[in-house]
Design a binder for this molecule. Structure first.
Ligand code: AP5
Length: 220
């Protein structure tokens, strides 16, 4: 059976932290639109040129830019047995586009599709965001307060120098939260009505949250 997981959750709710582990445990590809867009910006592609200014302001990138990225990616060979979507969809309109793509790629197949919402109190999110650091090489995510590297500024896994994302300032983070509340949060209802939503309490330690996510996936 194909396993398709969609992760919902506010900025810094822990989507990247948990999907990074699930990718290894379930052996499924990780499709993370935020990272794909940052790579496009860094490379200076057409999509990147259009996306950059929206990302700097904490707004959603125009729907056509993300739709074509996601459509191409989900048609790739490594998605045959399923995938883990992190950061898509982020609006009802994007969810409707995704429904169409899934209808096309899942034809006649047995699919387990779940939407996991990591629910975190808003007051915790800004603190997590401004203290986040990540490895530009192996993508491991750290936090100066909660998940510090063993050696300051250096990745435990590959030894590269850690970096801070340019949209991880307090100012942009609060705009990202507004964008989430107005455009993405309605998806909770959207997926609940379809019977696909599984809510996980994200106000706990990383290990506890990860166990709950695994349990939800197991239960289906
Ligand atoms: P994106 O990169 O997807 O950012 P985001 O959704 O804001 O999510 P984050 O990556 O900030 O957080 P996360 O939930 O992955 O948390 P993490 O695990 O790192 O998108 C960036 C931008 O791209 C958007 O603003 C938009 O402009 C654009 N974009 C992307 N997708 C788009 C789309 N579909 N349409 C249009 N535009 C799009 O954890 C955060 C921190 O907290 C880390 O430091 C971590 O170590 C720490 N932490 C995690 N869990 C815990 C815990 N339980 N306790 C303590 N610390 C914890």
């Amino acid at each position: 059976m194909k396993t398709e997981l969609i992760f919902l959750g506010a900025p810094a709710s822990g989507k990247g932290t948990h999907t990074e582990r699930l990718v290894k445990d379930l052996n499924l590809p990780h499709i993370d639109t935020g990272s794909m867009l940052r790579a496009a910006v860094a490379k200076g592609t057409e999509a990147g040129k259009r996306a950059g200014s929206f990302m700097e302001k904490g707004q959603l990138v125009p729907i056509d830019v993300v739709a074509s990225i996601i459509k191409d990616r989900l048609h790739e060979d490594d998605c045959k047995n399923g995938f883990i979507l992190d950061g898509y969809p982020r609006s009802i309109e994007q969810a409707e586009i995704l429904d169409e793509i899934l209808e096309d790629i899942n034809k006649g197949q047995d699919v387990k599709l779940l939407v996991i919402d990591i629910d975190v109190d808003e007051k915790l999110l800004i603190e997590r965001i401004v203290n986040r650091r990540s490895c530009p090489k192996c993508k491991k995510i750290y936090n100066l307060k909660f998940v510090a590297p063993k050696k300051e500024g250096i990745c435990d896994v590959c030894g590269a120098e850690l970096v801070q994302r340019s949209d991880d300032t307090e100012e942009v983070a609060s705009k990202r939260l507004d964008t989430y509340n107005t455009q993405t949060a309605p998806l909770v209802d959207f997926y609940e009505k379809k019977g696909l939503l599984r809510v996980v309490d994200g106000n706990r330690g990383i290990e506890e949250i990860y166990s709950s996510i695994k349990e939800q996936i197991k239960q289906g």
